[in-house]
Design a binder for this molecule. Sequence first.
Ligand code: NAI
Length: 325
Amino acid sequence: MTEALRFDGRVAIITGAGNGLGKDYALELARRGARVVVNDLGGSGAGVGASTNAADLVAEEIRDAGGKAVANYDSVSTREGGAAIVQSALDAFGKLDICINNAGFLRNGRFEDLTDQQIDAIIDVHLKGAFYVAQPAYRTMRQNGYGRFLFTGSASAMFGHAWQANYAAAKGGLMGLSHVVAIEGSAYGITSNLLMPTAQSRLADEMDTGFMEIPAFAQSVTSADYAASADRIEVPFNTPLAVYLVSEQCASTHDIYTANSGRYAKVRICAADGWVAPMGSTPPVAEDIAAHFGRICDSDIHHEPLTVYDEFTAVAKAARRQGVI
Ligand code: NAI
């Protein structure tokens, strides 16, 4: 029997915890003993407006159930907001152990039509917002020699989704951010992972269905496979993985996970063994690439570099395998 995952003595910030996934993470972490900062700006599903209601209601629900929580209404989208969110954990509970960057909204549109406003708002909340909260969080975790970061990615970035170029670009950026936090944090007991959730939340209600004009999308959205999972595309199916990833028991770091309809899986970034050009300082020409393109794309043998430098090891392995060195 697996030992119960408890968070007694731990302090967690969950951004965007007034609704949807963040709310469920906050309730569950508090139920398991964590003291929680429930951050939420309280705007609409499209990120318009602000209110104290969303964060207040969740913090109250936690306290009514006997847990410990404070509400915070700052926007993650400014450096001052990020600092204030972390400060509210320090003021209320004296430290910070867990930071779940989850706040966000959508502003979908065709790639060629996206305005500066649509691009900036999405980069600000998802990507810059994660920096603004994670940087002060990291500093305090580093001092304490312990920390758990969970960044919220998206299948839209990793696999692609029409009409979400702004969102996919921001979420893709979070993957790089999480990797570097994991590498730098490894010296200080800090882990960092990225979770790609899937849920029929308020945010999903913001989805414009215009992208269905793309035949491949219309087909997948109406497919039997999609329909078979539909009743499990729900918020609570995501929470167990999020909770495990920020627990003391979870040693995983620098990793990406997907939660989708009750299926939990690690997502890996690999490079094919590829084709290694003959030794020497003369670079190959484009025709050489064309001639070896099958091998370049053949991922039967592949490598999973964990840092930029690991890729040099993969290159040397491929060169040896191919008899180039
Ligand atoms: P949601 O709309 O139910 O919750 C998001 C919360 O973030 C809202 O309460 C909102 O007020 C808050 N928020 C928005 N801007 C904020 C700001 N500047 N500062 C503080 N709080 C702010 O949406 P949901 O689905 O729970 O999304 C949570 C996260 O999961 C988001 O980052 C979203 O992009 C991501 N995600 C969701 C997926 C889904 O299928 N629902 C799929 C992939 C990723």
